[in-house]
Design a protein around this ligand. Structure first.
Ligand code: PMP
Length: 362
């Protein structure tokens, strides 16, 4: 698209690049194409901008939101909140975001910068307790006239936003890039991998690809150890209920948007923090991508599936296109220990040692 003047920041939501992860693919010994859908280039910094924009616009069309009067309340792990607060800043709604304590201070700061009220809730509160981020949002809605919960866990505009935007962008990029000698291509999206929080991304993109492009696309859902989203449920037995540091994926209940489309996901992979953060480091060091923790989970899960019996053949077939969704960026996690470990607490490199020698510093 040629450059144009946009009406508001909301016109800069989505339209994210699909980028070859060639260096990682080579290190992993893969013959297939490994492609990363880089969502942090969306205006609010994550894949969730898309659903925030759509849920707000549809609620306006349905008359549920009245500019200058309504208050938007949403329970979120932060990114949906940032997308909503961005839209509400442009459109003139008040916003209240309820968010578990575990989620980063950086997300809270971005939310407050966008003029949202932020209420933190206990991590250990069960989703259906009055103390959870979902429970507190419901209590606030009852007490605040003119307030609306758009409810990303149930609102089918969540997966629909991905069916109508994320999936077509991926299909267009893959089908319009001609194969070359160095990069053969099946011309199809053969595998799609994404982590699941609400499940809107994985199920919505899956539906968009399977309906409009390739019914045989294999969709792999990624779920952290300690969460209960993966199927068969026996996958969730090991490490049941343990906590994990990656933000935005995994839940102790299966959101309705995910249960409505049970057949969209062909396989589930469990991931742990160690592998996820190692994959983040790899994306930063080898691909130059400043991604967040759940991007590492998606890559680690995708690689695990490609190494498994089900994925091995695709992994070794030149031209097969494997797309990994990378949901957000480093901005959300600058102060988190796992990120500081990658950025600041590494063994000095040979080059750093040489610099110290040259400058006479020990
Ligand atoms: N990663 C991050 C960082 C997120 O904020 C979210 C949203 N909770 C996801 C992944 C998962 O997206 P979805 O809710 O569409 O499953």
């Amino acid at each position: 698209m040629s450059p144009q003047v946009l009406d508001s920041v909301l016109d800069a939501v989505g339209n994210t690049p699909l980028i070859r992860l060639d260096r990682i693919a080579k290190r992993e010994g893969l013959e297939c194409n490994l492609l990363g859908k880089l969502e942090y280039t969306s205006a609010g910094g994550s894949v969730k901008d898309r659903i925030a924009k759509r849920m707000i616009e549809v609620a306006e069309q349905e008359g549920k939101l009245v500019p200058g009067q309504s208050t938007v309340i949403e329970a979120t792990s932060g990114n949906t909140g940032i997308g909503l607060a961005m839209a509400c800043a442009v459109k003139g709604y008040s916003v209240i975001i309820t968010m578990p304590k575990k989620m980063s201070l950086e997300k809270e700061a971005a939310l407050r910068a966008l003029n949202a009220e932020v209420i933190r809730t206990p991590n250990e509160a069960a989703w259906d307790s009055p103390e959870s981020h979902i429970g507190v949002a419901l209590r606030l809605q009852k007490g605040i006239p003119g307030s609306v919960i758009l409810d990303q866990y149930r609102n089918m505009n969540n997966p629909l936003a991905h069916e109508l935007t994320t999936a077509p962008e991926i299909i267009e990029a893959v089908t319009s890039t001609p194969p070359t000698l160095g990069h053969p291509s099946s011309g199809k999206v053969d595998v799609f991998v994404a982590g699941a929080g609400t499940g809107g991304t994985v199920s919505g993109v899956a539906k968009g690809i399977k309906k409009a492009h390739n019914p045989d696309c294999i969709v792999v859902g990624v779920d952290p150890v300690g969460s209960a989203l993966a199927l068969p449920a026996s996958l969730n037995e090991t490490g049941k209920g343990t906590s994990y540091a990656v933000e935005g994926i995994g839940y102790d209940f299966t959101p309705e948007v995910l249960t409505r489309e049970p057949d969209m996901i062909n396989a589930w992979v469990k991931t742990n923090d160690t592998d996820a953060f190692a994959a983040v480091k790899s994306l930063m060091r080898h691909e130059g991508m400043l991604v967040g923790g759940s991007s590492g989970s998606a890559l680690a899960g995708g690689l695990a599936w490609l190494r498994s019996e089900s994925g091995r053949e695709i992994a070794q077939t030149p031209g097969k296109n494997v797309v990994i969704l990378l949901p957000d960026g480093l901005r959300n996690y600058i102060g988190k220990d796992w990120f500081l470990d990658i950025a600041l607490r590494q063994e000095p490199s040979p080059l750093a040692k040489r610099i110290a020698e040259v400058l006479g510093r020990s």
